[in-house]
Design a protein around this ligand. Structure first.
Ligand SMILES: Nc1nc2c(c(=O)[nH]1)N[C@H]1C(S)=C(S)[C@@H](COP(=O)(O)O)O[C@H]1N2
Ligand SMILES: [Mo]
Length: 370
């Protein structure tokens, strides 16, 4: 039987199909096709009654690889051999690059290892829930099982734990500062008192799959179940200590922007902001966190430094923090202006004016800290 050597390799004895053909095969009537490497497989019969059938159906008309990669358990000789028995053809040579990008082209080729118990909702970018039983068994969720919500590839400097200055310092800049300053995690540890806060982080989309209009309309976004939420003990420096040390004064700014090191294909970083009143509030304990549950911050949760804003939606708690910008205006990023907004149910996506919409209710989530 063919094993891992053969799986997905070009087979000259079989016909080639174009990507457009593959995408037309999505139902039992036409046959259900998926690709793996350069191979095309007809999984119509396999999907019926197979335990992984529902998962595999997510790959229909496209590549199995992102799904495959997540379930390391599938990487056995046996499974490769079973897959090859379903082989019907090859991806047309002109379409190979699109279907099976070479690792060098894939911005997701450097992602960190993840625990297989995480319930994956999307693989690229990586989004996964904590299994619900584990959330309620104890207040604090262990780092490896904490839900992950990434909008973009994990920045490579975080995966490699690069320690050079440019890749590991946070810059504080913007209105009202005498001059910008840069700080490493070592500087934060040395210059400022460490502060620990136990708080819950929740994605605004948590339980989105339960939210459906009476007419069946679904809410747009990842189909989160109940597990995009978790509680941890976060240790770091109080943001207001750093802002005051840098010379910032609350009266001079309205918003504090946080920029991550993760960037989209145009080089735009993940960025959101919070009101200055929150950033400076002595009762809010907004943190620049370098530890999670007593350990170095894990790569997926923002290594080496992230923002923790107790009582605020997860989207504002920027990971892989690169820059803090003091500003008169809130962040103009997509994630601040176009995402995480709540509109009236009578509005559709086509007619919604998001600039007028209120921020997601969860953005005002009660502080859940003890
Ligand atoms: N740099 C950066 N920070 C980010 C995100 C991101 O994609 N990039 N996602 C945000 C969202 S929407 C959530 S819900 C939380 C998730 O934090 P976690 O992955 O540590 O659970 O991180 C926030 N911070
Ligand atoms: Mo989120």
């Amino acid at each position: 039987m063919a094993g891992s050597e053969q799986a997905g390799r070009r087979r000259p004895d079989l016909p080639s199909y174009r990507l457009s053909d593959i995408r037309e095969h999505r139902t039992a009537d036409t046959g259900v096709w998926v690709t793996f490497g350069e191979g095309i497989y007809d999984i119509t019969d396999f999907m019926v009654g197979h335990p992984g059938g529902d998962r595999i159906s997510l790959a229909v008309g496209g590549s199995l690889e992102p799904f495959w990669d997540l379930y390391a358990i599938h990487r056995t000789e046996h499974v490769y051999a079973v897959l090859e028995t379903l082989r019907i053809g090859n991806v047309h040579p002109d379409d190979v690059a699109e279907v099976a990008p070479s690792p060098g082209d894939d911005p997701y080729s450097h992602e960190p290892q993840r625990h297989p118990a995480l319930r994956v909702r999307a693989s690229k970018p990586f989004n996964a829930e904590t299994p619900v039983q584990l959330i309620v068994d104890q207040y604090v969720t262990p780092n490896d099982l904490f839900y992950v919500r990434n909008h973009l590839p994990v920045p490579q400097c975080a995966v490699a734990k690069t320690r050079d200055k440019a890749a590991s310092e946070v810059e504080v800049t913007g209105v009202g500062l005498p001059h910008p300053v840069s700080l490493s995690v070592a500087d934060l540890r040395r210059r400022f008192a460490a502060h620990t806060v136990t708080t819950t982080v929740s994605c605004a989309g948590n339980r989105r799959s339960d939210m459906k209009a009476d007419d069946g309309r679904a809410v747009r976004g990842l189909p989160w179940g109940m597990g995009a939420v978790g509680t941890a003990r976060w240790t770091g420096t109080l943001l207001r200590d750093v802002l005051e040390w840098a010379g910032a004064r609350e009266e001079q700014v309205q918003h504090v922007l946080f920029q991550g090191r993760d960037t989209d294909h145009e080089g735009q970083p993940y960025e959101t902001s919070i009101p200055a009143a929150t950033a400076f509030d002595p009762r809010r304990d907004v943190l620049l966190a370098y530890e999670m549950n007593g350990r170095e911050l894990p790569i997926d949760h923002g290594y080496p430094l992230r923002v923790i804003v107790p009582g605020t939606v997860g989207a504002r708690q920027v990971k892989w923090l690169r820059r803090i910008v003091l500003s008169h205006d809130e962040s103009q990023s997509f994630w601040q202006q176009k995402d995480y907004k709540t509109v009236n149910p009578s509005t559709s996506w086509e007619t919604a004016d998001l600039s007028q919409a209120s921020i997601s209710l969860l953005s005002r989530l009660q502080r859940c800290s003890f």
